[in-house]
Design a protein around this ligand. Structure first.
Ligand SMILES: Cc1cc2nc3c(=O)[nH]c(=O)nc-3n(C[C@H](O)[C@H](O)[C@H](O)COP(=O)(O)OP(=O)(O)OC[C@H]3O[C@@H](n4cnc5c(N)ncnc54)[C@H](O)[C@@H]3O)c2cc1C
Length: 383
């Protein structure tokens, strides 16, 4: 532990905030610089799986997170008419993986993380424009002309990271071919509140996740060209047109969601990087290892990376050695998730009727043993 060390963290998402908590536990004075003027209402929900809950436990955050979320008890894949293809009783895996998998509103998770940091540890309205390093430290420059200096810097500024673009300008985003919408809505529908499900059509998917006693997080995907934008009413009408005839309660969830609170993102990642660190600067979360959301593991990987970076800095007083150890431990794990999630997304977004029928047949006949093996590779691995 070296209390004299200081760190700048660019980006106040799940990755940046968890990193600040991990570093401050070591006595490192870590400050988060976030471009948004406000943190909090960051829309929709997240699944935080058992692997990330174990990391949160090491960071002293598991109890608060579990209390703010809702345990996923059953997860199901369905066809557009509601026919179940595969059902997993997640409770069976709680003991095996040492923690439950939960769903939580993003704002609730942010609150847990912010509450764990002291006043002044997060600076809002600070959009980083560039970073530079020399022999004695690293400086971040911000859009308002201000700057900040510390011993080292972590770029946790998301998939379109300014820090990564500066370190590795040749990295290009890889568009998945599908776009996604998501929102949170109050529901009293027992069918929706009781189960976490993903419904597969041909080139379309719809997911329903219970976040707490009365709130649902839903998401929808569609094969689409990159860069299409929609006015709120137009995109709600489009969603109703695509999914309105699918099984209940999909239509009622869409109808109950105000058009203005539906978030829309094209889904992109980038192929796993060979290097994350240059000198005093490293990357973390989507900035380092973005993944498509098909396994619900992007934020979980950011949480694991924060946990591991903290462990590496605890063991190595020299930040360069710590960054090297961090990369060595994290690159294989995050590359596996990025690649596997990409492959799942490709199959789940198939449009061809015969291919979809074959895919559904395979999913329906997959054995419990195979399912357990797959889950173990993701939820059972220790960060
Ligand atoms: C539809 C969808 C569903 C998903 N579902 C799940 C799920 O169920 N479970 C899961 O684990 N993951 C899920 N993910 C992935 C998850 O959202 C991301 O992996 C996670 O948010 C990454 O966290 P992060 O902190 O690395 O980046 P971000 O959450 O992107 O945070 C980056 C932060 O940096 C800030 N920033 C950006 N540029 C700058 C700058 N120049 N200066 C200062 N600040 C800056 C941004 O404002 C932002 O606050 C999903 C993603 C999508 C798109």
């Amino acid at each position: 532990m070296n209390p004299s060390r200081t760190a700048l963290i660019i980006g106040g998402g799940v990755g940046g905030l968890c990193t600040a908590i991990a570093l401050r536990k070591l006595g490192i004075e870590a400050t988060v610089y976030e471009r948004a003027e406000m943190l909090g209402d960051v829309g929709a929900g997240l699944v935080v799986a058992a692997n990330a809950i174990r990391s949160l436990r090491r960071l002293g955050l598991a109890e608060q997170t579990l209390a703010a979320g809702s345990v996923v008890t059953r997860a199901q894949i369905r066809t557009h008419d509601g026919h179940p293809l595969a059902t997993t009783d997640m409770r069976n895996y709680e003991t095996q993986f040492g923690a439950p998998t939960i769903a939580i509103h993003r704002a609730a998770l942010h609150k847990v993380l912010l509450d764990a940091l002291p006043e002044g540890a997060v600076r809002l309205g600070a959009a980083c424009t560039r970073v530079e390093q020399d022999r004695s430290g690293v400086t971040a420059h911000f859009a308002d002309g201000s700057e900040a200096r510390a011993d080292f810097l972590i770029g946790a500024d998301g998939v379109r990271s300014v820090v990564r673009r500066q370190l590795f300008p040749s990295v290009e985003l890889r568009y998945s071919g599908y776009t996604a919408w998501r929102s949170a809505v109050v529901s009293r529908d027992e069918a929706a509140l009781g189960i976490t499900s993903e419904t597969w059509g041909r080139g379309y998917r719809f997911g329903i996740v219970r976040m707490d006693a009365e709130r649902i997080y839903w998401f929808a995907t569609a094969n689409a060209k990159l860069g299409l934008t929609y006015a709120p009413a137009e995109q709600k009408a489009l969603l109703l047109k695509i999914f309105g005839s699918w099984h209940p309660p999909i239509r009622s969830l869409l109808e109950a969601t105000p058009a203005e609170v539906i978030l829309h993102n094209d889904i992109s990642d980038f192929t796993p990087l060979n290097q994350w660190s240059v000198g005093r600067i490293t990357l973390l979360g989507d900035a380092a290892h973005a993944t498509t959301p098909n396994m619900g593991q992007g934020a979980c990987m950011a949480i694991e990376s924060a946990d591991v970076l903290g462990q590496c800095l605890a063991k190595n007083n020299e930040f360069a050695a710590a960054f090297q150890a961090y990369e060595t431990r994290r690159k294989p794990r995050t590359a596996f998730i990025t690649n596997q999630s990409w492959r799942i997304g490709r199959v789940a977004q198939w449009e061809n009727a015969l291919a979809c029928a074959a895919r559904n047949f395979v999913v329906k006949t997959v054995s419990a043993g195979t399912m357990e093996k797959q889950l173990s590779k993701v939820l059972g691995v220790e960060a």
